[in-house]
Design a protein around this ligand. Structure first.
Ligand code: PGA
Length: 252
């Protein structure tokens, strides 16, 4: 089953107007200069969505946000709704990143509620899952991922409106990554869990990204595995050269 790879940048809480727009423009230029057979996505902080959207005009890079509320409008101080995201030009939204699950106590059921609302608004969700270092040491990686798939992913999710990102929490921002063999094993298990939940036809088409210390020098090894359909990139997405080199190295 051919799945088009997705190379996604998660800027997290980084960049101001000046360096954020410069970064987006640099990425757009570099992506335009080559014909990459993959999809690109940039997820800046909320404050930069409008400005980055302008920088991406005419490029094939999609815009995404890093979180969303489940309600349409209303008394939710500080929150942003799915409609607000589509209104400003977002196509994607990351949901349930481990930093949201940890820093904001987001549960699987909240993640699912957000995903349902995002889908209703026409957004593509990137639903994040992954184990802690302690869970990995206790050989619970696959069990944790199966549980998160079962509880965080909406029952009617499709391959068109949902992307899964497997991000081992101990690999995020640490420079450590699982072995290629471990990544493939976990991705295959995630695909089986998706097949159980959504049916094989959907699971075979759904993209499963790997995230956690993806860099230009490990991209080829990690992103050419049979069940890895792209990357969710944090630190390396803040450097245009590195971000685009990941795509170049992985798609050689
Ligand atoms: P990293 O972050 O690439 O800096 O490890 C990945 C992520 O958290 O999405």
């Amino acid at each position: 089953m051919a799945r088009k790879k997705l190379i996604a940048g998660n800027w997290k809480m980084n960049c101001l107007l000046e360096n954020g727009t410069a970064l987006a423009k640099a990425v757009a230029e570099k992506v335009k200069a080559q014909k990459y057979n993959c999809d690109f996505l940039i997820c800046p902080p909320f404050t930069l969505l409008g400005a980055v959207k302008k920088c991406l005009r005419g490029s094939k890079i999609a815009l995404g946000a890093q979180d969303v509320h489940f309600a349409e409008f209303g008394a939710h101080t500080g929150d942003i709704s799915p409609l607000m995201l589509t209104d400003i030009g977002c196509k994607y939204v990351i949901i349930g990143h481990s930093e949201r699950r940890t820093d904001h106590g987001e549960s699987n059921s909240l993640v699912k509620k957000k995903a349902i609302a995002a889908h209703q608004a026409g957004l593509i969700t990137v639903i994040c899952i992954g184990e802690t270092g302690a869970e990995r040491d206790a050989s619970k990686t696959i069990e944790v991922c199966q549980n998160e798939i079962s509880r965080s992913v909406p029952e009617n999710a499709t391959a068109q409106n949902t992307v899964i990102a497997y991000e081992p929490i101990w690999a995020i921002g640490t420079g450590k990554t699982p072995t290629a063999q471990d990544v493939q094993e976990v991705h295959a298990a995630i695909r089986s869990a998706l097949a159980k939940k959504l049916g094989k036809a959907v699971a075979d088409r759904m993209r499963i990204l790997y995230g956690g210390s993806v860099k230009p020098n490990n991209a080829a090894e990690l992103l050419t595995l049979p069940d890895v359909d792209g990357a969710l990139i944090g630190g390396a997405s803040l450097k245009a050269d590195d971000f685009v080199a990941i795509a170049a190295n992985a798609l050689k």
